[in-house]
Structure formats: C-alpha cells, structure tokens
Design a protein around this ligand. Structure first.
Ligand SMILES: *[C@@H]1O[C@H](CO)[C@@H](O)[C@H](O)[C@H]1NC(C)=O
Ligand SMILES: *[C@@H]1O[C@H](CO)[C@@H](O)[C@H](O)[C@H]1NC(C)=O
Ligand SMILES: *[C@@H]1O[C@H](CO)[C@@H](O)[C@H](O)[C@H]1NC(C)=O
Length: 307
C-alpha cells in the first residue's frame, strides 16, 4: 500500500517537473522525439556541459540515426565558423558506445580507429571522434519531452521533483550548474522560478548550505550566484530579480566594493575561502558583489512552495 502511494507520488511529481521544461530560447522542437534540441555556444568540459543540459531536465544529445546526425549538424551551424567539434552525450570504451541518456546504441557514426573517450561530433565530416573529458567544446542538449501536457490532477508535493523544500521558509530551491547571470536568470525563469532572493539569516544559511561544495574554494566563481542585481554603482543600489524588497543583507567586510566598476551581480560565499584577505572566516556565509559575466559553479533558483 505504502509502496503504491509512493509510486503514484513520484509519477505525478515527475509529470509536473517535465511539464515545466519547455523549449529553451533558440531551441528547436524535435516533433518525432517530442523533445527540444538546442546548441550551446560556450566551450566547456564534458561534465560541465552535461550539468548545463541537466538544468533543463535534459542531457547532452544522443544520436540514433543518420537523419538525427544531420539534424544535429545543421543545428551546429550557430557555432562560430572555426568551431570544428561539439560534444555528444556518449562515451566510447574502445568497443561500444554508451549514451548518457541511456538510449540504446544501435546506430554508430564513429570514425574508424578512434581511441576510447568521450564522443565528439566532427562538424566538418559529420563523423564521431573522441576526446578526454576535460576538453573544451561547445555542445548540443536534448531536453525531455517538451510536449508533455501539464497534469490536470492537483499537486501532491509542495515542490517539483528535484527541488528542495524548506518547510519553515515555505519556498522551494534548486541548485543549477555552470551559468553566468544571464543564463542562470533564464534557467530559473524557464522553471517558473527566479534566482533566489534572501530575506533572513535562516534563509541565508539555507541557501549557503544548498550551494556549498563541501571543500574550501579559492576562486570567487566557485561560490554560488544568487538573485541580487545592482541598480547603480552605490553600496545600497541593489534589487532582487524576483521583485521582492531588498530588506536584508549580510555583506562580507568591505563589500560590496564594485571593484573596477563591473561587479553588478551578487554571490554568497558558501565554503571556506582560504586565501581571502585578511581572514577567510569573515567571508563564510557572507555576500560579495562580482561580475555578472563570470561563469559560476552553481546558482540557486527559488519558487514559492505550493502549500
Ligand atoms: C559562417 O560563414 C558563412 C559563410 O561565410 C556565413 O554565412 C555564416 O554567417 C557564418 N556563421 C557564423 C556563425 O559566423
Ligand atoms: C574531421 O573531419 C575532417 C574532414 O573529413 C578531417 O579532415 C579531420 O581529420 C577530422 N578530424 C578528426 C579529429 O577526426
Ligand atoms: C522583507 O521582504 C520579504 C519579502 O517580501 C518579507 O517576507 C519580509 O517580511 C520582509 N522583512 C522585513 C524585515 O521587512
């Protein structure tokens, strides 16, 4: 009994989550597969690229036919002309291909003699080759079923699947990966949410705990992006992108300093920062202003809980 209730619970909450995943801007609907494809121009490692796709409930793309290969090649035309390769969502172990989205590897377009590694589409030949996981390439994502109708039944959970519920705050939060401000802002909005605002010590600690890596971090962009945005160069010129009042702040000493005049976004220092001057502890769980263009390890989205 308990088992079947749990099953139904997950079934419906999954549907709710999927129904939120509409085609991202610039994506094209793949009607046959009922999903959207979109090409991402910035270059990153295999895992970071996969994390980025997972922000949209998707995966790096898998390819199951020659037609699909052509579709991905034509989508790749948005990349700069000197871009020669793009990540695919698969791994080759020297004998067989495994796709990260767990689709069967029945079709292959591997170039002969390539070594084991992570799959790359050769944009010149259309053939597949391989690279180490830490190579930097643009990529193509496939999001899950974009055409899923929202379920007509009432919600069974206060938050969508994959979101973290805070009962005391009555909000749902989600960590997304590897974004600058524009992408983070867009990612959250696509999931009916905003980059998080923070209105209390409790909420600040909750968001920091969610966004921490668990190890000391010595680079600013390793610390989470949240939803504060400058409205001007002054110390108090800030707003929250979700439109709530900027009525709480917990800046690190001497922050916000708008260093070089380009620190228009807001991050919270969620892990120890050993090389921060003069004492790393003074930064922990405190805020810093930082450039919006930085590529942050994580960002935090927030939406009201359903009940
Ligand atoms: C690539 O080159 C072609 C032909 O020169 C041009 O039409 C196209 O706009 C270029 N694409 C990009 C993304 O620069
Ligand atoms: C990619 O394809 C081009 C055109 O066929 C070929 O010259 C090149 O060697 C290929 N690159 C790799 C790494 O396979
Ligand atoms: C600040 O704004 C939030 C969001 O509107 C509100 O819930 C909270 O009570 C306000 N806090 C103070 C101290 O005014």
């Amino acid at each position: 009994m308990t088992r079947s209730i749990t099953f139904i619970f997950y079934y419906f909450t999954t549907l709710i989550a999927l129904s939120v995943a509409s085609c991202p801007k610039g994506g094209i609907l793949d009607a046959e597969e009922g999903s959207c494809l979109f090409a991402v121009k910035f270059e990153d490692t295999f895992q970071n690229a996969q994390d980025y796709c997972s922000n949209y409930y998707g995966n790096l793309i898998s390819i199951q036919s020659a037609d699909a290969n052509e579709k991905v090649l034509s989508l790749s035309k948005i990349f700069a002309n000197n871009t020669k390769f793009a990540w695919l969502g698969g791994k080759y172990d020297g004998t067989k291909i495994t796709w990260i989205d767990e689709t069967p590897a029945e079709f292959s377009n591997l170039q002969e003699g390539v070594p084991a590694g992570y799959l790359l589409l050769n944009l010149t030949s259309g053939k597949w080759t391989t690279a180490n996981w830490n190579g930097l390439f643009p990529f193509v994502c496939r999001t899950q079923d974009a055409s899923t109708e929202p379920p007509s039944c009432p919600p069974y959970a206060p938050c969508p699947t994959d979101w973290v519920y805070s009962q005391s705050l009555k909000f749902c939060y989600k960590v997304i990966f590897n974004v600058d401000f524009t992408e983070g802002d867009q990612n959250c909005r696509l999931m009916n949410s905003f980059l998080t605002s923070i209105h209390s010590d409790t909420e600040n600690r909750f968001v920091n705990d969610l966004g921490k890596s668990g190890s000391p971090q010595t680079a600013w962009q390793q610390h989470p992006l949240i939803g504060g945005k400058r409205t001007g160069p002054g110390k108090t010129d800030w707003m929250w992108v979700d439109g709530t009042p900027f009525n709480y702040s917990i800046w690190a000493d001497n922050q916000p300093d708008n260093s070089q005049g380009n620190e228009w976004c807001l991050q919270t220092i969620a892990d120890l920062f050993p090389n921060a001057y003069p004492k790393s502890e003074q930064y922990l769980y405190k805020w810093n202003d930082f450039p919006c263009e930085a590529r942050y390890r994580v960002a935090i989205c927030k939406q009201p809980a359903k009940y």
